[in-house]
Design a protein around this ligand. Structure first.
Ligand SMILES: Cc1ncc(COP(=O)(O)O)c(C=O)c1O
Length: 398
């Protein structure tokens, strides 16, 4: 049996793998605390669920246009205008099966074989894989605490080659929670314009901000950068709608048309039912977002303080967005925990899962081998329990 070179070059998502292992242990009756999940633990708000149910009873159960319904694309235009100061027409919007598909579509229509895409590391695990699937070459810009996990325009400039086609930007970031300031974004926008690069701006976590951080869309710095930006967003994180699979992007018509054509030949339009629910999410009350955000903030502060008390762990930069903490665990390397030597953060993740029954994601999949990712999209009691277990385990270490 032979797989294509494309399939062989692909790595499975490590976050999904840990999540699957944790769920398998749970199914075996083991009480696992799962910090690996990248989805809000809250239920989809009632009014959104009702809109989905109504869509079914009213018969909105047929194919929609490949780019999504006109009413939803109009609502997305209104959202982008009101929240982000971006003026788009419905034909510039493509609604997809989650933001994941939007990002994949973007690379598929942008890249020719060998085209390079700048990606800030630590990165969301899927960016490099999607770039490779589209025939491109991911080029990581490594960041750490010294620049608060953000790449500067100078760092990007140092990686440019004649093959550089795009910059992938993710603010607020998964896994670090870094949020770019207006000044930082403006410098990157200028660089993109000067070198005629496209920016794929993943703004999935824009609503989950802390410590007074502000979200700014890079496309809002003027017509030159807007022309070169594909802005990606979706319903999963802000509205606790991961399973509905609703994402979208906004771009110049030429890119939007190509992405809609790609969808028309591969997946067709996304679910008609989910589109009705997404319409309600965008046009109905926004109150549930701030309730979720307040709770996430409470957990973030608690978890950060507790992680900093665990031997060998350090959260040196407070995340300003999303729902993850990304402690540096280099201080644990060389320790022995229950007879097992910790040589890498991957070893540590495994020991924590097997000995403390807590699921965390090793940083290696995010291009940051000395870190672990903790999601705080889990109830407070479970956070306390999981951290108690890890702290007790690491206090035994020698
Ligand atoms: C940074 C980032 N972008 C995009 C996505 C994809 O979201 P979805 O496909 O559920 O819309 C995720 C999900 O984990 C993410 O963390």
């Amino acid at each position: 049996m032979r797989l294509s070179a494309r399939a062989q070059a692909m790595s499975p998502s490590p976050t999904m793998a840990i999540d699957a292992k944790s769920k398998q242990m749970l199914a075996e009756g083991i009480d696992v605390v799962n910090f690996s999940v990248g989805e809000p633990d809250f239920d989809t708000p009632e009014h959104i669920k009702r809109a989905g149910m109504l869509a079914i009873t009213e018969g909105h159960t047929k194919y929609t246009p490949a780019a999504g319904t006109l009413e939803l694309r109009k609502a997305i235009c209104a959202k982008l205008r009101d929240d982000n100061g971006l003026d788009y027409k419905p034909e510039q919007i493509v609604v997809s099966n989650g933001a994941k598909q939007s990002i994949y579509n973007a690379f598929m229509v942008l890249l020719d074989p060998g085209d390079e895409v700048i990606i800030q590391a630590p990165y969301w695990v899927s960016y490099p894989e999607m770039v490779k699937l589209a025939g491109g070459v991911p080029v990581a810009v490594n960041t750490d605490e010294s620049t608060s996990f953000k790449m500067t325009a100078e760092m990007i400039k140092a990686k440019l080659t004649p093959r550089t086609r795009a910059i992938n930007l993710n603010s607020p970031s998964n896994p670090t929670g870094a949020v770019y300031t207006a000044r930082e974004l403006e410098a990157i926008a200028q660089l993109a314009v000067d070198h005629d690069l496209i920016v794929v701006a993943d703004e999935m976590y824009e609503k989950l901000l802390y410590d007074g951080a502000e979200h700014i869309s890079i496309a809002s710095f003027g017509p030159e950068i807007k022309r070169r930006t594909i802005t990606v967003n979706g319903m999963s994180k802000a509205y606790a709608m991961t399973g509905w699979r609703m994402g979208y992007c906004a771009s110049e018509t030429v890119y939007a048309k190509a992405m809609a054509d790609l969808q028309s030949q591969t997946t067709s339009g996304p679910s008609s039912i989910s589109q009705k629910a997404a319409l309600e999410a965008l046009t109905g009350t926004q109150a549930p977002i701030s309730e979720m955000r307040t709770e996430f903030d409470r957990r973030r502060q608690y978890m950060m303080e507790r992680l900093n008390r665990i031997p060998g762990f350090a959260v040196k930069v407070a995340p300003q967005g999303a729902f993850y903490l990304f402690p540096n665990v280099a201080g644990t390397l060389g320790m022995t925990v229950r007879g097992r030597q910790i040589n890498t953060a991957d070893d540590l993740g495994q020991v924590i899962l097997e000995q403390a029954n807590v699921g965390v994601v090793p940083g290696s999949g995010f291009g940051a081998p000395d870190y672990l990712r903790f999601s705080y999209a889990t109830a407070m009691e479970r956070i306390t329990e999981g951290l108690n277990r890890i702290e007790a385990l690491l206090r035994e270490a020698r």
